[in-house]
Design a protein around this ligand. Structure first.
Ligand code: PRX
Length: 573
């Protein structure tokens, strides 16, 4: 007899996906296409399917968006969303936006962000959401690479936009009060007030560009992952099967639209399913989060392991202060979900937390736990119907159960990225000749087809669920006058999954000190983003390098974890 496997049983309920095995065996993507209006009309646009279709039907007076932050509490029906996104589209059209143009949005979570995002999509533009914490360097990289033509931002964030370095950027719409218009700058709110609420939406092809999300790898600058309108098929399907969205649900996705979860599952999936969505601005606080669930009677909640760990850290007494009885389905994404967190969630919420696995590049959930399926804490679950997943070696040969290898997906799922912007070679590098997409994650599969995450194959850092490329941080660090060389790694952390740790060698004339550490940390915060700043800095006289001068992060990691450093044959000395 083997080890007794810990499982969490299914709670009986009327779920959208009733029998996983049967669905997995029989499902074909064509069958779900009949749920979209383009199936009959031939006219495609994501924003039409997510908003207008409902505004024209029985959901027109249903609340699409509840918004709350410290200053605002607002709600919008599907009909209002249709008109406001039409207006935003007309405002953008006035700025010269046409099909295929890149429109970037750099705003804190706010209704205007969602109007602008969907408005741009209604014109057939490719939208690029930027996380509000980005500083000048991060903003420059993304706007330059994408050739963004129009930017929607606010006066505060606009200070971080280096317009002198952005020749393609023609117009900036500022969301704020008393905006003075110039050749380049226009007042978003004033123009929204004056704009026509009617629009001839721009119809596109299913393979036309929809959204660009920049994400990090272990080398090079962040890369622009392009998704197309066709992704809606999978957003919709996973919204049904995985989020289990139903007519009466109040759904809350805690992710910011600057990251892919905040668009695929903060905009597209819920609204394609006609659900009411809660969006909360501001920063994380345990009280505020529980209050959100209580106030809005949230039923379906999609969040991330770091947040659950922080809530766990805030204690069980806090949970009892709130009425969380509305919750019926909880999900997680972005980093490994510890079994301990699942057990805690089961205890305090009386609900299972369902882990889901996917990436910026995959556009939507590919492996998941479903309400109708037994959960094995620590496992990411099983592939969604219509998707083939496997563990393969570097040549693409499938490995048997329990062998660790590359987590791979058979190319061709509906929401797969279609390009790395300006970088076709990078795009190709994800795929093996025999059709496997290589995720960069290592995992194994058990004999029942559940997948178990083991780690990243590259040096990408997952800190608080955010993906940070060490190269970006290192590049910023060496811009500091005191820094000669820098190597950056992810250091395991009980709450954040990993934290960023930098090893630094100093230039002549600089002495290690706590003040200098803080100064360097602030330098990265100000130049790149707060979440990219190293929490820990260690000064070393010399960093381990290959003979070709590349810093060996692997050796830094071994130093940090007190592990053997492995093969050092390529090291300098
Ligand atoms: O390493 C995997 C981890 O997050 C990476 C993708 O990061 P990003 O593109 O930022 O997208 C995050 C949200 C879709 C993956 O390569 N990751 C994602 N989900 C899980 C995970 N690691 C473990 N368990 C998960 N459920």
């Amino acid at each position: 007899m083997g080890l007794k496997l810990e499982t969490l049983p299914v709670k009986q309920g009327d779920y959208n996906l009733k029998n996983y095995e049967e669905a997995y065996r029989n499902f074909r993507w064509e069958t779900i296409e009949a749920d979209f209006s383009w199936h009959k009309t031939g006219k495609v646009n994501m924003a039409y399917e997510a908003i207008d279709r409902h505004a024209e039907g029985f959901r027109k007076n249903k609340i699409a968006l509840y918004f709350r932050d410290q200053n605002r509490y607002e709600k919008y029906t599907f009909k209002e969303m249709k008109e406001l996104t039409n207006k935003a589209a007309n405002v953008l059209k006035d700025m010269g936006v046409e099909k295929g143009d890149r429109v970037f949005i750099f705003l804190p979570r706010s209704p205007e962000l969602y109007f602008a995002l969907l408005g741009a999509i209604k014109l057939g533009a490719i939208v690029g959401p930027l996380f509000e914490a980005f500083m000048e360097g991060a903003v420059r990289d993304r706007l330059q690479d994408s050739g963004a033509k129009v930017l929607v931002t606010n006066p505060e964030l606009y200070k971080r936009v280096p317009v002198q370095d952005l020749p393609d950027l023609k117009k900036v719409l500022l969301v704020g009060e008393k905006i003075e218009e110039t050749d380049r700058i226009a007042d978003f709110n004033r123009r929204m007030a004056e704009a026509d609420r009617h629009l001839d939406i721009t119809w596109v092809g299913r393979e036309d560009g929809l959204i660009l999300h920049y994400t990090s790898g272990s080398t090079g600058k962040p890369k622009g992952v392009l998704h197309v309108h066709n992704a809606m098929i999978q957003h919709y399907a996973t919204g049904k099967w995985v989020l289990d969205l139903k007519e009466d649900d109040v759904y809350w996705c805690t992710a910011d639209p600057g990251w892919v979860t905040g668009t695929s599952y903060g905009v597209f999936a819920p609204w394609l399913n006609g659900a009411s969505s809660v969006i909360v601005g501001g920063r994380f606080s345990p009280d505020d989060w529980y209050k959100t669930i209580e106030d809005f009677r949230v039923t379906v909640w999609y969040s991330a392991p770091t947040a659950f760990r922080m809530l766990m850290g805030a204690g069980d007494e806090l949970v009892k202060k709130y009425d969380l009885s509305s919750l019926r389905h909880i999900l997680s994404v972005g980093e490994p979900l510890n079994p301990e967190v699942i057990r805690w969630g089961y205890k305090v919420f009386g609900r299972r937390i369902h882990d889901t696995w996917w990436m910026t590049e995959t556009g939507a959930i590919l492996i998941s736990n479903y309400p109708c399926m037994e959960i094995r804490p620590g496992s990411m679950g099983r592939p969604i119907p219509g998707v083939e997943a496997a563990i393969v070696d570097d040549q693409g040969n499938e490995l048997p159960p329990y062998r660790m290898g590359n987590l791979a997906i058979k190319k061709g799922w509906p929401s797969m990225m279609r390009q790395i912007w300006n970088n076709p070679a990078k795009y190709e590098s994800y795929f093996l000749p025999n059709g496997w997409y290589i995720s960069g994650d290592t995992a194994y599969m058990d004999e029942d087809g559940y997948f178990w995450f083991q780690g990243r194959k590259d040096d990408v850092i997952l800190t608080s669920g955010e993906r940070v490329g060490p190269f970006e941080v290192e590049s910023k660090l060496v811009e500091h006058p005191a820094v000669a060389e820098a190597g950056v790694i992810g250091k395991p952390d009980p709450v954040r999954g990993e934290i960023i740790k930098a090893f630094i060698s100093l230039r002549e004339g600089y002495e290690p000190s706590e003040e200098l550490k803080e100064e360097i940390r602030q330098f990265v915060r100000q130049g790149l983003a707060a979440h990219a700043a190293p929490r820990e800095i260690e000064f070393r006289d010399k960093l381990p390098k290959t003979r070709s001068g590349k810093i060996m992060r692997r050796v830094l990691k071994a130093w940090e974890l007190n592990l053997p450093a492995g093969d050092l044959s390529t090291m300098e000395d």
